[in-house]
Design a protein around this ligand. Structure first.
Ligand code: NAD
Ligand code: NA
Length: 396
């Protein structure tokens, strides 16, 4: 079978096992090139198969020789249909970790469920004893609530009034104006239920109750702020309310970990092309302008560079972890630099279908998007027949 990208809207229906493997190998090489990090040795990553979570797992394993358990929700390959990219990424990660003599096991299932939490607890008990770092990196449009049985759906909408601004269809390069109607109160509550902090605290409570957190255990969840350009639809929209809730939850978790000397943090990360962010209106146009500026200034980072810097320069320096006035770790510092934001805001006014190819990094956006699915990697023979189905042995 020759696997090619098959696009439908904001998603790609196919993914390339060899390309996903190459993606993971590149990230591992990057981490090795940056030298060791005095980090955690037993790490649980919830949302470990793509984006920031995958980068966190790779950084822990190949930066600090950590044993890792990864939890994610991915589709295995079936006859005539490729797996989801996170499935291939995780297969490749496990192969590389095992080759390096590192413990690595994965659980593929709904992290919001009691069953997957219990499976994870059993695995930690059997294999690792206690965990010293929990990374919480879920991005999901839905959550089946484990107590009420309600299926919550998140929405990406402004609050209070209609938001109108430019957006780009990054496949065609067409810049148009988009209007998004404001949400209802119920939609705010649903978005908080999916992307807020409740599930994070459920995980931490469950682990603590079973005595599976080491003394001084740390947990980190990821957030985003971004510029005033995207504020109405992001930080001051429904998703922003969920992030406010997530950030508040960090303090509650820290309280609950006091007797262990443990601590919960939120790290505010940079805007990057992921499956989640491509679906948010306005954000792809912002990212394509941001990439252009940050690349020109030598400030560009992908997920792995962000997480490497988070671990090496923030979490594991041996000194207190620097935070902003709201207690958040800021690794979006380069994105939010005043000079960078000024330049992006100026380009924003100029952006049209005609100007964008020159003033924005649409090519970089598309390349990163295809990379998410294992396409467009150097060193991969995309013309070769890919019959091989890579297995993740330890997945339950
Ligand atoms: P992603 O889509 O690449 O990764 C999401 C992960 O969650 C995957 O491993 C997926 O398998 C897993 N997942 C989703 N639903 C699940 C479920 N029900 N059970 C188990 N696993 C499930 O997303 P990402 O962009 O890496 O986002 C991770 C976090 O980082 C999110 O909180 C996001 O808001 C935040 N963030 C993203 C950006 C950005 O620009 N992409 C910037 C800052 C912060
Ligand atoms: Na992730």
């Amino acid at each position: 079978m020759i696997i090619e990208p098959r696009m439908r809207g904001f998603i790609c229906l196919t993914s390339h096992p060899k390309g996903c493997e190459q993606n993971v190998k590149n990230q591992i090489e990057y981490i090795k090139s940056k030298g060791p990090i005095e980090g955690a040795k037993k790490v649980l990553v919830i949302g470990a198969s793509t984006g920031f979570g995958l980068a966190s797992r790779i950084t822990s394993a190949f930066g600090s020789n950590a044993a890792t358990i990864g939890v994610f929700f991915e589709k295995p390959p079936v006859e005539g249909k490729t797996a989801s990219p996170g499935w291939y990424n995780s297969a490749a990660f496990e192969n590389e970790a095992h080759k390096a003599g590192l413990y690595a096991k994965s659980i593929n299932g709904d992290a919001f469920s009691n069953e997957v939490k219990q499976q994870t607890i059993d695995l930690i008990k059997a294999d690792l004893g206690q965990i010293d770092l929990v990374i919480y990196s879920l991005a999901s449009p839905v959550r089946l609530h484990p107590v009420t049985g309600v299926l919550h759906r998140s929405v990406l909408k402004p609050i209070g009034s209609t938001f109108t601004n430019k957006t780009v269809d990054f496949h065609t390069g067409n810049v148009t104006e988009v209007s998004i109607e404001p949400c209802t109160e119920e939609e705010i509550a649903n978005t908080i239920a999916v992307m807020g902090g409740e599930d994070w605290s459920m995980w931490m409570d469950a682990l603590k109750k079973e005595n599976l957190l080491a003394s001084g255990a740390t947990t980190v969840a990821y957030s985003y702020i971004g510029p005033s350009l995207t504020e109405a639809v992001y930080r001051k929209g429904t998703i922003g309310r969920a992030k406010d809730d997530l950030e508040a939850t960090a303090f509650a978790i820290t309280d609950s970990l006091k007797d262990l000397g443990g601590k919960a943090y939120v790290s505010v990360n940079k805007a990057l092309v992921t499956q989640a962010s491509s679906a948010i209106p306005v954000i792809p146009l912002y990212i394509s302008l941001l990439y252009k500026i940050m690349k020109a200034e030598g400030l560009h980072e992908g997920c792995i560079e962000q997480i490497q810097r988070l671990f090496q320069d923030r979490l594991y320096t041996g000194k207190p972890i620097p935070t902003d006035e709201k207690g958040r770790i800021r690794i979006d510092d380069w994105e939010m630099r005043e000079d960078v934001q000024e330049k992006v805001a100026k380009l924003w006014l100029e952006a049209t279908t005609e100007t964008l190819p020159a003033i924005g990094d649409l090519a970089g956006y598309r390349n990163d998007f295809l990379n998410l699915f294992g396409f467009e990697f150097e060193g991969v023979d995309y013309k070769a027949d890919t019959n091989e189905v890579v297995g993740i042995e330890s997945i339950a």
